[in-house]
Design a protein around this ligand. Structure first.
Ligand code: ADP
Ligand code: MG
Length: 238
């Protein structure tokens, strides 16, 4: 069981409170999309889940464990960022295996997992290249591959498509959905794009100024928006 349970999380930076009593239960294998305007606290919530920021108050449970005070490396989750953050001096193969190597996984096992993930993502012909010799879409696949090889309990994705052009974005969006169907790993996906949210999510969490406005599946959110903000953001007839 790798559900994610967020209980009464609040986050303040000095006087500025960016998350206000955020609570959410995510089921094992669910694909949940956080959506809302820039600055509403989406990235902050993901960073708290990843252990990269500390909540001011509240509790995080992943896979039945209280991880609130655990370091990022001890949480068994993998994060994918919009800027890929690949190591320029390492090949694709080494970029994808880097996290496993740091954890002391033996090299035959690293090789097996990297080869398998590269096949799934269609980058197996690029394993000996360095990031600068890849297109934006290929780099984003390598960043996804690096997350997959860790075989984590959950994926956290922060606007992973925002550096891609519109056509590639639609294509990669479908690939991420297909990947989720195949692997079934619990995923939180952050975007400010309501179309991504409506097409990819099992459930959408719509946020404004650090407060959840509504949690619902795309169909319900479209037909029964909780308030005018949700209706306007999702583009439903209200
Ligand atoms: P989103 O990802 O939804 O665009 P963020 O979570 O990045 O929003 O930011 C939410 C709010 O918190 C914004 O007002 C942002 O300026 C503020 N913020 C984020 N990180 C910090 C920080 N390290 N120090 C102070 N304010 C921050
Ligand atoms: Mg953000």
């Amino acid at each position: 069981m790798a559900g994610i349970h967020i209980e009464h999380v609040t986050k303040s930076y000095g006087q500025l409170t960016v998350l206000k009593d955020f609570s959410l239960d995510i089921a094992d294998g669910e694909f949940v999309v956080f959506v809302g305007p820039s600055g509403c606290g989406k990235s902050t919530m993901l960073k708290i889940l990843a252990g990269l920021e500390e909540a001011t108050s509240g509790t995080i449970r992943i896979g039945g464990r209280d991880v609130t005070d655990l370091a990022p490396g001890d949480r068994d989750i993998a994060m994918v960022f919009q800027n890929y953050a690949l190591y320029p001096h390492l090949t694709v193969r080494k970029n994808m295996g880097f996290g496993l190597k740091m954890r002391g996984t033996d090299s035959a096992e690293i090789d097996r997992r990297v080869t398998e993930a590269a096949k799934i993502l269609g980058v197996d012909h690029l394993l000996d290249r360095r990031p600068k010799a890849l297109s934006g879409g290929q780099r984003q696949r390598v960043a996804l591959g690096r997350a997959i090889v860790r075989e984590p309990q959950a994926f956290l994705m922060d606007e992973p498509l925002s550096n891609l052009d519109a056509k590639l974005r639609v294509h990669t969006r479908a690939e991420i959905s297909a990947l989720h169907k195949r692997l079934g790993v619990t995923t939180i996906y952050v975007t400010h794009d309501q179309i991504e949210a409506m097409t990819m999510a099992d459930r959408i969490v719509i946020m404004r100024d650090g407060i959840i406005q509504q949690i619902a599946n795309p169909d319900t959110m479209f037909r029964k928006p909780a308030n005018l903000f949700v209706a306007g953001f999702i583009g439903s007839p209200g």
